[in-house]
Design a protein around this ligand. Structure first.
Ligand SMILES: CC(C)(COP(=O)(O)OP(=O)(O)OC[C@H]1O[C@@H](n2cnc3c(N)ncnc32)[C@H](O)[C@@H]1OP(=O)(O)O)[C@@H](O)C(=O)NCCC(=O)NCCS
Length: 163
């Protein structure tokens, strides 16, 4: 997608926009949470946001370091506004998160992925680990990014650019 810029949220306002988008997706659309999907990890998370024309928020993802194990990071709350889906924004966000983890010297990068999205992550070189489990009555799969070969794989598998 040509008109898509991924940026780390640098202001409280940009984080609030990301939280609002997440609420639309995980509360209103999916009904995964009743009131709010915000949790304790948000205060220590970095937020990567996908912008159209600089100011229209199309998608978001958060990353936080594990509070107990140094070098371990978690990605999550990946969400793209419904009308901007299937244009590659989700892929850009996942790839940007992996790049950010590499820049920060993460040793391992995990995500609890909704079952229907496992294939999308596999295409990007992530590997499933263990059995599926339930979060808020939705099946999830623990997955891990390959922080070492992701660049090469992403180049080979680069998805066609869509507009
Ligand atoms: C999952 C989500 C973030 C994907 O975002 P997106 O911008 O639509 O993804 P992309 O356009 O980058 O899709 C990349 C590929 O995955 C496929 N894909 C995306 N979502 C899919 C889904 N739910 N089921 C099957 N395939 C899917 C696309 O068809 C595309 O494949 P292709 O390139 O072979 O055509 C988005 O659908 C979303 O916000 N869903 C609701 C919230 C959610 O499930 N979050 C993830 C929690 S783990």
């Amino acid at each position: 997608m040509r008109n898509c810029e991924i940026r780390l949220a640098l202001s409280a306002g940009e984080i609030q926009m990301a939280l609002r988008l997440r609420r639309e997706v995980f509360v209103a659309e999916q009904g995964m949470f009743e009131q709010s999907d915000a949790d304790d990890h948000d205060s220590s998370s970095l937020f990567l946001n996908a912008w159209r024309s600089g100011s229209i928020l199309m998608g978001t993802v958060r990353c936080y370091s594990d509070p107990h194990e140094e070098g371990i990071w978690w990605g999550g709350r990946l969400a793209v506004v419904e009308k901007y889906r299937l244009r590659g924004v989700g892929v850009y966000l996942i790839e940007a998160a992996v790049e950010e983890m590499k820049r920060r010297g993460a040793k391992r990068f995990f995500a609890k992925v909704q079952k229907q999205n496992v294939k999308l992550f596999e295409k990007l070189g992530w590997q499933a680990s263990g059995d599926a489990f339930m979060i808020e009555e939705h099946p999830h799969q623990l997955m891990e990014a390959d922080l070492h070969v992701h660049d090469e794989q992403a180049r080979k598998r680069r998805l066609p650019v869509r507009n």
